[in-house]
Design a protein around this ligand. Sequence first.
Ligand SMILES: [Fe+2]
Length: 264
Amino acid sequence: MDYTVNLKKILSKKQFAFLQSITASARAVMSPELFNHSVGTFNYCFKMADRFILTGANSGFKDCNSTGGIKDFTSAGGFGLCANAMSGCRLKDCTNTSAGGRNRHEKIIPALCFDLAVAAILHDYGKIFSIEELKDIAVKQKLRISDFELNCEPILHSCIAPFLLKRDFKIKKKDVLNSVRIHTTGSLKMSITDKILYIADKIEETRDYEGVGKLRHLSLEDINLCLLEVYKSNIIYVIKGNNVLHPDTAKIWNYIHGGLKHAT
Ligand SMILES: [Fe+2]
Protein backbone atom coordinates (compact mmCIF):
# COMPACT_ATOMS: atom_id res chain seq x y z
CA MET A 1 0.00 0.00 0.00
CA ASP A 2 1.21 3.50 -0.77
CA TYR A 3 0.80 5.23 2.57
CA THR A 4 1.63 8.64 1.12
CA VAL A 5 -1.78 8.53 -0.62
CA ASN A 6 -3.51 8.17 2.74
CA LEU A 7 -1.26 10.76 4.32
CA LYS A 8 -2.21 13.26 1.65
CA LYS A 9 -5.80 12.96 2.84
CA ILE A 10 -4.91 13.30 6.51
CA LEU A 11 -2.23 16.00 6.51
CA SER A 12 -2.63 19.67 5.71
CA LYS A 13 -1.18 20.92 2.43
CA LYS A 14 1.63 22.61 4.33
CA GLN A 15 2.47 19.44 6.27
CA PHE A 16 2.41 17.29 3.13
CA ALA A 17 4.61 19.75 1.24
CA PHE A 18 7.10 19.72 4.12
CA LEU A 19 7.13 15.94 4.05
CA GLN A 20 7.81 15.95 0.31
CA SER A 21 10.56 18.50 0.78
CA ILE A 22 12.43 16.57 3.49
CA THR A 23 12.05 13.33 1.50
CA ALA A 24 13.65 15.01 -1.53
CA SER A 25 16.45 16.32 0.69
CA ALA A 26 16.99 12.89 2.23
CA ARG A 27 17.16 11.30 -1.23
CA ALA A 28 19.74 13.89 -2.30
CA VAL A 29 22.12 13.44 0.63
CA MET A 30 21.72 9.79 1.65
CA SER A 31 23.28 6.77 -0.01
CA PRO A 32 20.73 4.69 -1.98
CA GLU A 33 20.87 1.99 0.72
CA LEU A 34 20.25 4.45 3.53
CA PHE A 35 17.45 6.18 1.62
CA ASN A 36 15.81 2.80 0.86
CA HIS A 37 16.00 1.91 4.54
CA SER A 38 14.47 5.28 5.46
CA VAL A 39 11.60 4.78 3.02
CA GLY A 40 11.24 1.19 4.24
CA THR A 41 11.02 2.45 7.81
CA PHE A 42 8.47 5.08 6.76
CA ASN A 43 6.34 2.44 5.03
CA TYR A 44 6.50 0.07 7.98
CA CYS A 45 5.70 2.89 10.40
CA PHE A 46 2.48 3.53 8.51
CA LYS A 47 1.66 -0.14 8.22
CA MET A 48 1.69 -0.11 12.02
CA ALA A 49 0.03 3.31 12.29
CA ASP A 50 -2.77 2.00 10.11
CA ARG A 51 -3.31 -0.67 12.74
CA PHE A 52 -2.60 1.18 15.98
CA ILE A 53 -3.27 4.88 15.37
CA LEU A 54 -5.91 5.01 12.65
CA THR A 55 -8.04 2.18 13.96
CA GLY A 56 -7.26 2.56 17.64
CA ALA A 57 -7.79 -1.13 18.37
CA ASN A 58 -5.21 -2.61 20.74
CA SER A 59 -3.35 0.66 20.30
CA GLY A 60 -1.84 0.99 23.71
CA PHE A 61 -3.58 4.33 24.03
CA LYS A 62 -4.55 4.71 27.65
CA ASP A 63 -7.01 7.41 26.75
CA CYS A 64 -7.44 8.30 23.11
CA ASN A 65 -9.02 11.61 24.05
CA SER A 66 -5.90 12.95 25.67
CA THR A 67 -2.51 13.44 24.07
CA GLY A 68 -1.11 13.19 27.58
CA GLY A 69 -2.50 9.69 27.82
CA ILE A 70 -0.63 8.42 24.82
CA LYS A 71 2.49 7.64 26.81
CA ASP A 72 1.54 4.27 28.13
CA PHE A 73 2.92 1.33 30.09
CA THR A 74 0.88 2.97 32.84
CA SER A 75 -2.14 0.74 32.83
CA ALA A 76 -2.34 -2.59 34.59
CA GLY A 77 0.10 -4.91 32.90
CA GLY A 78 1.22 -2.12 30.64
CA PHE A 79 -1.01 -3.21 27.80
CA GLY A 80 -3.96 -0.86 28.13
CA LEU A 81 -6.42 -0.44 25.31
CA CYS A 82 -7.80 2.85 24.20
CA ALA A 83 -10.63 3.53 26.61
CA ASN A 84 -13.03 4.35 23.81
CA ALA A 85 -11.89 1.42 21.70
CA MET A 86 -13.12 -0.85 24.45
CA SER A 87 -16.60 0.55 23.99
CA GLY A 88 -16.48 0.20 20.26
CA CYS A 89 -14.83 3.50 19.37
CA ARG A 90 -12.26 3.62 16.59
CA LEU A 91 -10.16 6.71 16.30
CA LYS A 92 -10.93 7.18 12.62
CA ASP A 93 -14.66 7.47 13.16
CA CYS A 94 -14.99 8.61 16.74
CA THR A 95 -17.64 11.28 17.03
CA ASN A 96 -16.53 12.73 20.33
CA THR A 97 -16.15 16.47 20.06
CA SER A 98 -13.95 18.86 21.96
CA ALA A 99 -15.12 22.04 23.66
CA GLY A 100 -14.43 23.86 20.42
CA GLY A 101 -16.83 21.58 18.61
CA ARG A 102 -14.14 19.90 16.55
CA ASN A 103 -13.55 16.19 16.66
CA ARG A 104 -10.53 15.81 18.92
CA HIS A 105 -9.20 12.96 16.90
CA GLU A 106 -9.18 15.12 13.83
CA LYS A 107 -6.45 17.07 15.58
CA ILE A 108 -4.61 14.23 17.24
CA ILE A 109 -4.33 11.85 14.29
CA PRO A 110 -2.84 14.32 11.77
CA ALA A 111 -0.37 15.50 14.39
CA LEU A 112 0.70 11.96 15.25
CA CYS A 113 0.95 10.96 11.59
CA PHE A 114 2.93 14.06 10.68
CA ASP A 115 5.36 13.56 13.57
CA LEU A 116 5.78 9.89 12.69
CA ALA A 117 6.33 10.58 8.99
CA VAL A 118 8.99 13.22 9.62
CA ALA A 119 10.75 11.10 12.23
CA ALA A 120 10.70 8.02 9.98
CA ILE A 121 12.20 9.73 6.94
CA LEU A 122 14.91 11.51 8.92
CA HIS A 123 15.65 9.05 11.75
CA ASP A 124 19.01 8.07 10.23
CA TYR A 125 19.90 11.49 8.81
CA GLY A 126 22.85 11.58 11.23
CA LYS A 127 24.41 8.69 9.31
CA ILE A 128 25.34 10.93 6.40
CA PHE A 129 28.04 12.38 8.67
CA SER A 130 31.23 10.58 9.66
CA ILE A 131 31.79 9.54 13.27
CA GLU A 132 34.52 12.20 13.52
CA GLU A 133 32.13 14.88 12.25
CA LEU A 134 29.43 13.78 14.70
CA LYS A 135 31.87 13.84 17.63
CA ASP A 136 33.12 17.24 16.54
CA ILE A 137 29.56 18.61 16.45
CA ALA A 138 28.80 17.14 19.88
CA VAL A 139 31.86 18.76 21.43
CA LYS A 140 31.63 22.14 19.67
CA GLN A 141 27.90 22.49 20.30
CA LYS A 142 28.26 21.21 23.87
CA LEU A 143 25.42 18.76 23.33
CA ARG A 144 24.13 16.83 26.32
CA ILE A 145 25.56 13.44 25.47
CA SER A 146 27.13 10.98 27.88
CA ASP A 147 30.71 9.80 27.43
CA PHE A 148 29.34 6.36 26.63
CA GLU A 149 27.14 7.73 23.84
CA LEU A 150 29.97 9.88 22.48
CA ASN A 151 32.13 6.80 22.11
CA CYS A 152 29.46 4.34 20.97
CA GLU A 153 29.52 4.51 17.17
CA PRO A 154 26.30 2.57 16.44
CA ILE A 155 24.15 5.02 18.41
CA LEU A 156 26.02 8.30 17.99
CA HIS A 157 24.00 9.34 14.90
CA SER A 158 20.77 9.24 16.91
CA CYS A 159 22.25 11.21 19.81
CA ILE A 160 23.31 14.09 17.53
CA ALA A 161 20.13 13.89 15.40
CA PRO A 162 18.01 16.38 17.40
CA PHE A 163 20.64 19.07 16.83
CA LEU A 164 21.01 18.17 13.15
CA LEU A 165 17.26 18.14 12.49
CA LYS A 166 16.87 21.53 14.16
CA ARG A 167 19.84 22.97 12.29
CA ASP A 168 19.21 21.54 8.81
CA PHE A 169 15.41 21.21 8.66
CA LYS A 170 14.25 23.71 11.30
CA ILE A 171 12.39 20.93 13.08
CA LYS A 172 11.64 21.99 16.64
CA LYS A 173 8.87 19.65 17.72
CA LYS A 174 10.04 17.78 20.79
CA ASP A 175 8.04 14.63 20.01
CA VAL A 176 9.76 14.27 16.64
CA LEU A 177 13.22 15.01 18.02
CA ASN A 178 12.71 12.60 20.91
CA SER A 179 11.49 9.74 18.70
CA VAL A 180 14.62 10.10 16.58
CA ARG A 181 16.89 10.50 19.62
CA ILE A 182 15.74 7.23 21.19
CA HIS A 183 15.22 5.10 18.09
CA THR A 184 18.46 3.21 18.75
CA THR A 185 18.25 2.77 22.52
CA GLY A 186 14.60 2.92 23.49
CA SER A 187 13.56 4.79 26.59
CA LEU A 188 11.71 4.33 29.86
CA LYS A 189 8.89 6.47 28.54
CA MET A 190 7.89 5.81 24.97
CA SER A 191 4.92 7.31 23.18
CA ILE A 192 2.99 5.35 20.56
CA THR A 193 5.04 7.04 17.80
CA ASP A 194 8.32 6.35 19.66
CA LYS A 195 7.42 2.67 19.80
CA ILE A 196 6.36 2.45 16.17
CA LEU A 197 9.58 4.08 14.95
CA TYR A 198 11.74 1.94 17.24
CA ILE A 199 10.10 -1.25 15.97
CA ALA A 200 9.77 -0.27 12.29
CA ASP A 201 13.46 0.63 12.10
CA LYS A 202 14.39 -2.92 13.14
CA ILE A 203 11.89 -4.91 11.08
CA GLU A 204 11.13 -2.90 7.92
CA GLU A 205 11.02 -4.93 4.72
CA THR A 206 14.68 -4.46 3.71
CA ARG A 207 15.80 -6.07 7.01
CA ASP A 208 16.63 -9.75 6.69
CA TYR A 209 17.62 -11.79 9.72
CA GLU A 210 16.42 -14.90 11.50
CA GLY A 211 13.16 -14.30 13.31
CA VAL A 212 12.25 -11.04 11.56
CA GLY A 213 9.13 -12.65 10.06
CA LYS A 214 7.79 -13.50 13.53
CA LEU A 215 8.49 -9.96 14.72
CA ARG A 216 6.65 -8.53 11.70
CA HIS A 217 3.65 -10.72 12.46
CA LEU A 218 3.68 -9.62 16.10
CA SER A 219 4.09 -5.96 15.13
CA LEU A 220 0.57 -5.92 13.71
CA GLU A 221 -0.94 -7.88 16.59
CA ASP A 222 0.40 -6.46 19.85
CA ILE A 223 2.66 -3.43 19.79
CA ASN A 224 3.87 -3.74 23.39
CA LEU A 225 4.69 -7.42 23.15
CA CYS A 226 6.43 -6.68 19.86
CA LEU A 227 8.46 -3.91 21.50
CA LEU A 228 9.55 -6.40 24.15
CA GLU A 229 10.59 -8.96 21.53
CA VAL A 230 12.36 -6.43 19.30
CA TYR A 231 14.19 -5.04 22.32
CA LYS A 232 15.22 -8.56 23.31
CA SER A 233 16.37 -9.31 19.78
CA ASN A 234 18.40 -6.10 19.74
CA ILE A 235 20.10 -6.90 23.06
CA ILE A 236 21.02 -10.38 21.80
CA TYR A 237 22.37 -8.88 18.56
CA VAL A 238 24.56 -6.42 20.46
CA ILE A 239 25.90 -9.10 22.79
CA LYS A 240 26.54 -11.61 19.97
CA GLY A 241 28.54 -8.93 18.20
CA ASN A 242 30.67 -8.47 21.33
CA ASN A 243 29.54 -4.86 21.51
CA VAL A 244 28.73 -2.85 24.62
CA LEU A 245 25.22 -2.27 25.92
CA HIS A 246 23.94 1.21 26.71
CA PRO A 247 23.97 1.72 30.50
CA ASP A 248 20.19 2.29 30.47
CA THR A 249 19.41 -0.92 28.59
CA ALA A 250 18.75 -3.07 31.67
CA LYS A 251 16.44 -0.40 33.13
CA ILE A 252 14.52 -0.09 29.88
CA TRP A 253 14.31 -3.85 29.45
CA ASN A 254 12.96 -4.24 32.99
CA TYR A 255 10.49 -1.43 32.44
CA ILE A 256 9.17 -2.84 29.19
CA HIS A 257 9.01 -6.24 30.83
CA GLY A 258 6.80 -4.80 33.51
CA GLY A 259 9.39 -4.67 36.28
CA LEU A 260 8.50 -1.12 37.15
CA LYS A 261 10.07 -1.30 40.62
CA HIS A 262 13.46 -2.06 39.10
CA ALA A 263 13.38 0.88 36.73
CA THR A 264 13.53 3.80 39.12
FE1 LIG B 1 17.45 3.12 10.90
